[in-house]
Design a protein. Structure first.
Length: 458
């Protein structure tokens, strides 16, 4: 974002500087050229007057001495031509051959045409600038005067102006870059602190806040809103943790008392009740483990989870058997036909809790006299626990939303439920690196797959 701000500010600044600098340089160049041209015209007018008197008298002595002295002092060549185009007097004292362009200018002057403005002078130009003016006496042309000056001086002055303007532009651009960088830092500093605070909150540092006294007013308002949101999140998390602690205290004692009553009742029952009592004990202990795990997850950690190798086939068989009596009340059978062991390195209690939530959902929405199949399998580098029911099924869009909290299909009628079963199962599996996939087979029903790490993944 800083780069974009710098570009947005610098590009117009540089464009303006280039435009203004170019216009200023062009104006300075034209001014220097105009001054140089004006000086040439003044010299030319002076020598035209002197040449008229010399040509009229027919003596070149005075004019030759004058143009020679002028050449020595100013290094400017002055030549006087008679009506035939012959060099009548020259400042350098020799008869240099004229170039074709100079010959043409002299011819035009002898025909009565006045001097034209010289070509523009550029820093890279090296030619001399020559002006030719006719000498007129009583309306008749009697000769011509040519003034030739080296353009080194105006070129040097133009180069100097360009260098000065370039340095000014470079200094201005440097100051602009410094100003833009400081401006971008001032504008983005609250955004950077917001980003750091959000990362800190994501790591669990719920007391992370951002100072509200820096940056533009708009970002200050955003900072205040963020701090208010962080305060509210911290209050909600605190209430959640307090609720988890209270629930731990309130639920552990009744559960322990219930297990003690089961032990007490078992002493008065015959041998025929031994299996039922043992199943009740195991369910009670499993409920205690589930409670500890859920409370650990609710407080932001993994609780006392125990990662170990778990046979998913055996686990599916046990949970199918545990749900058989509940499902049988509706005429539904829960079966686990798998025989081959499928090993996964995971937390047994969490997987059991997630699988119970999925089986509960399948039994709740299955048709009477149907079968719910719980199976374990290995797929590539993952292990699967699948629950296949024969209910009304879902569309692809509904299946994609089935794991959202409080989501329920509109065509479920009066079937009781809160829309949290699959969402809770998803949260549980994500805590051990797993996931849930919901699919709608073409032959109806619903297929829910619990994806778990393979035995080889540690």
């Amino acid at each position: 974002m800083r780069r974009r701000l710098v570009v947005v500010f610098l590009v117009p600044l540089i464009a303006i500087l280039v435009s203004l600098g170019g216009a200023t340089a062009w104006s300075a160049t034209r001014s220097i050229q105009q001054t140089f041209y004006t000086e040439q015209l003044g010299d030319l007018a002076y020598f035209v007057t002197s040449a008229r008197q010399a040509l009229r008298s027919g003596s070149a002595t005075v004019i030759e001495a004058e143009v020679r002295r002028f050449h020595e002092v100013y290094d400017i060549d002055v030549r006087v031509f008679d009506l035939a185009g012959t060099a009548w007097a020259a400042g350098d004292g020799d008869d240099d051959v004229l170039t074709d362009e100079e010959t043409a200018r002299v011819g035009l002057a002898l025909s009565g045409r006045r001097a034209e403005a010289p070509a523009p002078v550029f820093p890279w130009s090296v030619a001399e600038s020559s002006l030719v003016e006719p000498v007129i006496d009583d309306g008749d042309v009697i000769g011509a005067v040519m003034v030739s000056a080296d353009t080194a001086a105006p070129r040097a002055e133009i180069v100097q102006q360009v260098i000065v303007l370039s340095l000014v532009a470079l200094v201005t651009v440097a100051l602009g870059i410094l100003l833009v960088m400081q401006l971008a830092r001032w504008v983005l500093s609250p955004v950077r602190r917001l980003d750091e605070a959000m990362i800190a909150i994501e790591r669990g540092e719920m007391d992370a806040r951002v100072a509200e006294d820096t940056g533009p007013p708009e970002l200050r308002r955003m900072t205040r809103v963020f701090n208010g949101m962080a305060d509210e999140i911290e209050r909600v998390m605190t209430r959640q943790q307090e609720f988890a602690l209270n629930a731990s205290h309130e639920l552990r004692n009744p559960l322990n008392a219930l297990l003690l009553r089961v032990e007490h009742l078992s002493t008065g029952l015959g041998e025929g009740w031994r299996d039922d009592v043992e199943e009740t004990r195991e369910e009670g202990r499993r409920m205690a483990r589930i409670l500890e795990t859920l409370l650990g997850l609710a407080t932001g950690g993994r609780g006392d989870t125990s990662i170990s190798a778990v046979d998913l086939t055996a686990l599916a068989g046990r949970r199918a058997e545990a749900w058989q009596q509940v499902a049988g009340q509706r005429g539904i059978s829960v079966v686990a036909p798998g025989r081959e062991p499928v090993m996964s390195v995971t937390d047994r209690t969490i997987v059991e809790s997630a699988l119970d939530a999925v089986i509960d959902n399948a039994v709740k929405y299955s048709m009477p006299e149907s079968v719910v199949v719980v199976a374990a399998a290995r797929d590539d580098h993952a292990c699967l626990l699948t629950v296949r029911d024969q209910g009304p099924g879902l569309t692809d869009e509904q299946a994609a939303a089935a794991t959202d909290r409080f989501w329920r299909s509109d065509d479920r009628g009066d079937t009781p439920g809160s829309g949290l079963g699959l969402a809770i199962a998803t949260d549980l599996l994500e805590s051990v690196g797993g996931a849930i996939l919901v699919e709608s087979p073409k032959d109806g029903g619903l297929l829910v797959s619990l994806v778990l790490p393979d035995e080889a993944e540690t």
